[in-house]
Design a protein around this ligand. Structure first.
Ligand SMILES: [Zn+2]
Ligand SMILES: [Zn+2]
Length: 258
């Protein structure tokens, strides 16, 4: 049994293949998936996926890569998160790789999400790219340790992983860990304690080897777990069991269905 802790099933190239994807998930014992919201207008689609499929959960948030878009308030996020199937706030965070210039608005938006998560009592899903120092600083300043969460699609080094874990966060690995040249990510995946590790696809992006370059989907999360098991020289079952237990410990509002 495995959980995909981060996917975008409402994106068009996945939403139109839902029956096939669900069958593939079942065939690979991927029992649950967390569908991630990236804008306020896309949230109803994400929530509908969770409402119509007992094995799917939803998050609410506005991704740092969308600049000219409806800005959420703390109150709005808290209100939208007040639903049994909304188990997290995000994805939120900082991305200094995709966007350049004065990104103060990203930092403000990130703070809004952390405040909303604390008010709602739900964990955070954090995206950080080329912005680790500011990400950890804002998490610390805003008291993100009160709710914890996950550093999704982690590509930073072990020092950053440790700082996040010190704030009570989990570390989630995507298909990047299967890429031949991702040496530092493989190293972190070896070292993160087993009780802090999650797996994800971030589908439709970042399909793991042997599907690299193709459209990703939650059933492929199996290849992420297999790679981590092989790196750590432990069984696939051990990674599947630990990452699943971690998921339901962190996202305590998510109901486990067997
Ligand atoms: Zn992301
Ligand atoms: Zn994402």
């Amino acid at each position: 049994m495995l959980v995909d802790s981060h996917c975008h099933l409402n994106f068009p190239n996945l939403a139109n293949q839902l029956p096939e994807i669900k069958a593939a998930m079942q065939a690979n014992a991927v029992n649950h998936a967390l569908c991630i919201s990236v804008t306020l207008p896309d949230f109803p689609e994400v929530l509908a996926l969770a409402e119509h499929n007992e094995h799917f959960f939803a998050s609410v948030g506005v991704h740092p890569d969308y600049e000219d878009i409806q800005e959420p308030t703390v109150e709005e996020l808290v209100q939208l998160a007040d639903h049994p199937k909304v188990v997290a706030i995000g994805e939120t965070g900082l991305d200094y790789f995709r966007l350049k210039g004065d990104l103060e608005w990203q930092r403000t938006r990130f703070r809004t999400h952390i405040r909303a998560a604390i008010a709602a009592g739900k964990p955070l899903i954090i995206h950080t790219r080329s912005a680790a120092e500011d990400t950890i600083r804002i998490m610390t300043e805003e008291g993100a340790n009160q709710v914890g969460g996950v550093m999704h699609c982690f590509v930073e080094d072990m020092a950053v992983a440790q700082q996040a874990m010190d704030l009570g966060f989990y570390i989630s690995f995507s298909g990047i860990v299967t890429f031949k040249n991702a040496k530092s990510v493989k190293e972190v995946a070896k070292q993160v304690p087993l009780d802090r590790l999650l797996v994800e696809t971030d589908s439709p992006y970042l399909a793991p080897v042997p599907y690299r370059g193709k459209t990703n989907n939650p059933s492929y999360v199996k290849h992420v777990a297999e790679e981590i098991a092989s790196l750590r020289e432990i069984s696939y079952e051990a990674v599947a069991q630990a990452s699943t237990d971690n998921f339901f410990r962190l996202f305590k509002h998510a109901k486990r269905i067997n």
